[in-house]
Design a binder for this molecule. Structure first.
Ligand code: SF4
Ligand code: SF4
Length: 230
């Protein structure tokens, strides 16, 4: 049994990992958004200059047209956003029949490996507040540093939120999942796929804007470079 100090440290480490992952997500999402905005801004100002110079339209006319486009983008949900994922379940029930699995017999072999699979939560599951999502990959189920779902009991491999588990978990059966079993009947795990796909749980950048080395130099150095190249 763990002491109070050890449990507090474990909780703090989990929190730190989530803050780190959340920060990586925020930085990369903002970087991508800023990159897209800068590109759009440059193109738009260039285009407006050309249009006004050629007398094809006045600035009031351009403002009215841009308001119309903005309203249409808002209505279509296409305005720039940091990019998150929510699962939308199909309205019609799955046609494939659910195959029950004898987890009790298999857990000593599989170790509840299915709870390492990653999936997005639905809006209702996020708003329900029972299932935790990953700050580093909103709104995917939260995994801890060992790659397992945060809700899985590390000793018995059972689900800690069984009654409120996501619909994906309720409908999941590993009977036909050849990522998990090489031979389901013989209880032979697909160790190659498992090792290849569940090996690393290190923090990863979701998306990041890449800059050339010369753009990282101080502004004065870049000015000198440009002057020298003319
Ligand atoms: S569903 Fe399959 S992989 Fe998951 S605990 Fe049960 S037997 Fe193991
Ligand atoms: S919510 Fe429960 S069943 Fe679903 S992945 Fe997590 S521990 Fe497994």
């Amino acid at each position: 049994m763990k002491g109070d100090g050890s449990m507090a440290l474990e909780t703090l480490e989990r929190l730190e990992r989530q803050v780190e992952r959340g920060s990586l997500f925020t930085h990369t999402a903002l970087s991508e958004t800023a990159d897209r905005l800068t590109e759009v801004e440059a193109m738009l100002y260039g285009l407006i200059d050309v249009v006004v110079q050629r007398g094809a339209a006045g600035s009031a006319e351009i403002h009215a047209a841009s308001s119309k486009v903005r309203a249409a983008l808002d209505a279509a949900g296409e305005t720039v956003s940091p990019g998150v994922a929510l699962r939308v379940d199909p309205e019609i029930a799955a046609t494939q029949a659910f195959v029950p699995v004898n987890c009790d017999e298999r857990i000593p072999i599989c170790g509840g490996i299915c709870c390492k699979l990653s999936f997005a939560l639905s809006q209702a599951e996020v708003e329900g507040g029972r299932v935790r999502w990953d700050l580093g990959q909103p709104y995917y189920i939260r995994h801890e540093a060992d790659g397992r779902c945060t809700h899985q009991d590390r000793d018995c491999h059972r689900c800690g939120v069984y009654a409120d588990r996501p619909a994906v978990c309720k409908g999941y059966s590993c009977a036909n999942d050849n990522r998990i079993w090489k031979d389901f009947d013989k209880m032979l795990l697909n160790t190659e796929w498992i090792e290849q796909n569940f090996a690393s749980s290190l923090p990863q950048l979701v998306r990041a804007q890449m800059q050339h080395q010369d753009l990282l130099a101080p502004p004065s150095a870049r000015v000198k470079e440009r002057e020298g190249s003319q």
